[in-house]
Design a binder for this molecule. Structure first.
Ligand code: CP
Length: 308
């Protein structure tokens, strides 16, 4: 089997078979990563550039580790220390890098649609590592992998995506993926952070009361409040956000059941999630990070080995 698409620009473009193929390949790579020798020769002689126009810790390091575990040659590009800071365009930058015989591009950019634009103009395969408020496909894939690993299923799983839905590419990619895989989805948070189109476009539940959302779900995927993407205040203060929408141990203990707590990171501790939850027994946040390497190995491997 192979992927139906030559780029990984978003979950929107993937079929259910594509998602299942990436998740099952990631299971095999996760097994490889438990061995004393974690490196395989699958991408020997493949050169990959990690093109990051926006800050990242987890995604950038996870992609680099995945590429090195697959024996690829790796180039790292950070916009802030490159000639992009002198005004060089995205296309000029990428064409210059490709002239050095680079095969694949992993790209993060603050502009929604930047990797889609690039895909129309260059021959290399592109993986979107997060574009603006559009999509973050490998995050959704590692989230799905982690949910399935923890609960044993995606179909019928009740997932509440909680917090700053409006500015979150993680939310959109999760909604696309979980819908395709037959999960039940709810978005929850303050009305000002939940876009009005979300119910019409996806037909998913909306809840403004966090306790009710937690009582409904099996898994809570809690999102970061993205202050850097807010041009005007959308809630009164971080302290009041925490009181009304933050998740703490007392709230979890008041539920009649145990739920799984996820967060893509970075966490605003004491805002959307208190430390006693982020570091508590229901949290799989660091498992998500661990699984990210295997999932990205799977995506890279499947795209690189696709027959044209
Ligand atoms: N989850 C995530 O995308 O984290 P980074 O911004 O650190 O890559």
């Amino acid at each position: 089997m192979e992927l139906s698409t030559r780029h990984l620009l978003g979950i929107k473009d993937l079929t259910k078979d594509d998602i299942n193929l990436i998740l099952s390949t990631a299971e095999q790579f996760k097994e490889v990563l438990q061995r004393p020798v974690k490196k395989v020769p699958s991408l020997r002689d493949v050169t990959i550039v990690n093109l990051f126009y926006e800050n990242s810790t987890r995604t950038r390091m996870s992609f680099e580790l995945a590429e090195r575990r697959l024996s690829a040659d790796v180039l790292n590009f950070a916009a802030s220390s490159s000639s992009a800071a002198k005004g060089e365009t995205l296309l000029d930058t990428v064409n210059n890098i490709l002239s050095m015989k680079v095969d694949m591009v992993v790209m993060r950019h603050s502009a929604s649609g930047a990797p889609h634009f690039l895909a129309k103009h260059i021959p290399a395969a592109i993986i979107n590592a997060g574009d603006g408020i559009n999509e973050h496909p490998t995050q959704a894939l590692l989230d799905a992998f982690s949910m399935r690993e923890k609960t044993g299923r995606l179909e019928g799983l009740k997932v509440a995506i909680i917090g700053d839905i409006m500015h979150s590419r993680v939310a959109l990619s999760n909604i696309y993926l979980l819908t395709k895989m037959g999960a039940e989805i709810m978005v929850a948070g303050p009305p000002t952070l939940i876009p009005k189109y979300i119910t019409d476009a996806f037909g998913i539940r909306v809840e403004y009361n966090i306790k009710k959302a937690l009582e409904w779900c099996d898994v809570a995927n809690v999102l970061r409040i993205q202050l850097e993407r807010q041009n005007q205040p959308l809630f009164s203060s971080l302290r009041e956000y925490n009181i009304a929408y933050g998740i703490n141990r007392r709230l979890l203990e008041s539920l009649k059941k145990e739920i799984v707590i996820m967060h893509p990171g970075p966490i605003n501790r004491g805002v959307e999630l208190d430390s006693d939850v982020a570091d508590g027994p229901f949290s799989i946040i660091l498992n998500q990070v661990e699984n990210g390497v295997a999932v990205r190995m799977a995506a890279l491997y499947l795209l690189a080995n696709r027959q044209e």
